[in-house]
Design a protein around this ligand. Structure first.
Ligand code: ADP
Length: 275
């Protein structure tokens, strides 16, 4: 059985769907990178799978059932945003919030819940800093806690919304490794939305590439080619390989700057070419 099964999906916000006629079937244990320029529909797909956006047409099944909010079979890792330095909660508390019914201020977990939280903290390598206030931790440490929170219920599908954003390269590969390890130990499907293909490329089985709501899916070798991407963009695209790295360059300057990714500039990094 497919872990995610989408047939003829149309989804969006106004009259005109953002995602048009999307078909997707994923297998347990697959690592799928979701690529595409800003505004191409990546987050819209995650919203549908999380049950936050109702399809306009088509059918969507996650682990055999229709998407719904608070679905235990789906885990969600958001983009990294730094916590307030003096936020008065510990790493362990943050993870405990992932348990159903726990609200801030109601953090007295039972022994079995504490064991569950400990196991998740252990899986992401966060036990040693679990008692520290979250605001004092590094971006990579905070992101591991978010992963621990997402995997508490042992989801069979893990949705990752640009979890590497604003992390330096060392932390990026650390966080990716933790996500990959969960996938392998739990035979989970990972959908990994990212602007940077290179940190995840060693783990990727297939790439789902969106441009303006249209998409292609296939192995990196199939998708990351000049022919496939020029077709998808409907304009010339170059794919350059530099050692192990893959760089996709759109032909005209306008779309190129769009592809640079809006977030890089915020963190004092040199904008890199698209993926
Ligand atoms: P991505 O995640 O690939 O950057 P999104 O799925 O967020 O793209 O957005 C796809 C399109 O839908 C964009 O044109 C965006 O402006 C539009 N969009 C996203 N969210 C909303 C919303 N809540 N209401 C109206 N339009 C939206």
């Amino acid at each position: 059985m497919s872990s995610i099964e989408i047939l003829g999906l149309n989804a969006g916000y106004g009259e005109r769907p953002v995602l048009q006629d999307l078909d997707l079937a994923t297998q347990p244990g697959e690592f799928i990178a979701v690529l595409g320029p800003n505004g191409s529909g990546k987050t819209t797909l995650l919203k549908v799978l999380l049950g936050l956006l109702k399809p306009m047409a088509g059918s969507v099944l996650v682990d055999g059932t229709s998407p719904k909010p608070r679905n235990r079979v789906v885990g969600y890792i958001p983009q990294h945003r730094g916590f307030d330095r003096d936020l008065p909660i510990r790493g362990r508390d943050l993870v405990t919030l992932g348990l159903n019914g726990h609200k801030l201020g109601l953090l007295r977990a039972s022994a079995s819940e504490r064991a569950l939280v400990d196991r998740a903290l252990d899986q992401v390598g966060a036990l040693e800093y679990a008692e520290a206030p979250v605001g004092m931790l590094s971006g990579g440490e905070q992101q591991r806690l978010r992963i621990a929170q997402a995997i508490l219920g042992e989801p069979s599908v893990l949705l990752c919304d640009e979890p590497l954003l604003a992390l330096d390269p060392g932390r990026q590969s650390e966080v990716t490794r933790v996500i990959d390890q969960y996938r392998r130990t739990h035979n989970a499907t990972v959908l990994f939305v990212t602007h940077e293909i290179n940190p995840v490329l060693p783990y990727v089985d297939r790439i789902l590439y969106f441009v303006e709501g249209r998409s292609v899916i296939g192995t990196p070798r199939e998708v990351l080619t000049r022919e496939t991407l020029s077709d998808l963009y409907d304009s010339p695209v170059e794919v350059v390989r530099v050692g192990e790295r893959v760089i996709v360059l759109a032909g005209d300057e306008e779309s190129h700057s769009e592809l640079d990714g809006h977030h890089h500039h915020d963190h004092g990094e040199v904008p890199s070419p698209w993926i």
